[in-house]
Design a protein around this ligand. Structure first.
Ligand code: TRP
Length: 335
């Protein structure tokens, strides 16, 4: 079967250019490599941690699934599924929570960030507004990974701690019950894959600075025009390295296009023109994806069937692990 590479996409919000360059395209390229079996899933149960809006949860799953397929993911080459269609994952989450030290979860970044906010606001109950979902988030993530005994987990830097926790939890289980789990490695996406958003900070839903992938042409131009630049006039040489427009351009351009643009910066290109050039390039790259997306989004039946087929494959793999896990803990048939 080769190496198992697994990654999840939380289904909250709509995918943006940062997701495209940092996650979607690299995962699709990696899934085509020989000797790799890819597991890609919509982490829809994870989305309940952040959102309690049923319509948003539902639509986001649908839009994200359509986005991956529109950008070229071939569902026959990978195992592409919804987390919620694989009940073995939830079952494993409980079993893992019974070997997970609470103290380990106390140290999770997402939980600590929530208690810090309470601390800074002088709230006496540091756990105010913290749900068990948020607290248990790393256990669910460990279950996502360990249900398939994945070898590698490509994630952003912010998720590295969760993979370390997954290893801790797996090692603890193996120590108590015998070797069932493989300890997975995180594969951290390179800095080069991180795009700035329109305000220059990392493009992220939480900063509200994203450029969605599937804007129409007009809205895309409008978003690109909003990118923050300094106030240097046309004719004054500009530094590409500190410029958001240039960083975005670089993510889509060829080496020769990048070099040409550097020369234009040295010559003092005006911001309006630089943004127009960026727009033309991004538009050229995403137009075929947008066309495909608008076809797929109309085909609810096709999307549903694709994900159901994916979940059949996923359940085959996960049920093998779960059988070993249940046997190991002593939950099994009397005969
Ligand atoms: N929590 C991850 C994120 O927010 C998404 C995710 C859920 C995931 N389960 C996973 C990633 C398992 C890798 C493996 O980005």
């Amino acid at each position: 079967m080769g190496k198992k590479v697994l990654t999840g996409i939380t289904t909250s919000g709509i995918p943006h250019l940062g997701n495209l360059v940092g996650a979607i395209l690299p995962a699709i390229i990696a899934s085509n490599r020989p000797g790799i079996s890819s597991f890609l899933f919509l982490a829809d149960y994870h989305s309940l941690i952040k959102s309690q809006d049923p319509e948003l949860t539902h639509n986001s799953s649908f839009e994200i699934a359509a986005s991956w397929l529109a950008c070229g993911l071939n569902p026959n080459e990978v195992t592409f599924y919804r987390q919620s269609d694989v009940p073995e994952i939830m079952e494993l989450a409980w079993i893992l929570s019974c070997v997970t030290a609470k103290g380990l979860m106390n140290r999770a970044h997402a939980y600590k960030a929530a208690t810090n906010i309470n601390f800074e606001q002088g709230t006496s109950d540091l756990d105010k507004s913290v749900t068990m979902g948020l607290f248990n988030y790393p256990v669910l993530m460990a279950a996502d990974i360990l249900a398939f005994n994945a070898d590698q987990v490509p994630v952003g830097q912010d998720q590295k701690q969760h993979i370390e926790m997954t290893r801790d939890i797996a090692a603890r289980f193996n120590h108590i019950y015998g070797d069932v789990f493989n300890l997975p490695d995180a594969v951290i996406s390179s800095e080069a894959g991180i795009l700035p958003g329109i305000d220059g900070r990392k493009m992220s839903k939480s900063y509200n600075n994203t450029i969605p992938i599937f804007l129409d042409e007009k809205a895309l131009l409008k978003a690109i025009r909003k990118i923050k630049t300094n106030s240097l006039e046309p004719g004054v040489p500009k530094d590409p390295e500190t410029c958001t427009v240039f960083q975005l351009y670089k993510a889509f351009a060829s080496i020769s296009q990048i070099e040409e643009m550097e020369v234009r910066y040295g010559d003092g290109i005006g911001w309006g023109e630089a943004k127009d050039i960026l727009f033309s390039l991004v538009e050229e790259k995403i137009k075929p994806f947008r066309e495909k997306y608008s076809e797929i989004i109309k085909e609810k039946g096709y999307l549903e069937n694709t994900l159901i087929e994916g979940s059949v494959k996923a359940r085959q793999a996960a049920s093998i692990t779960l059988k070993d896990v249940r046997d190991a803990v002593g939950i099994k048939s009397f005969q």
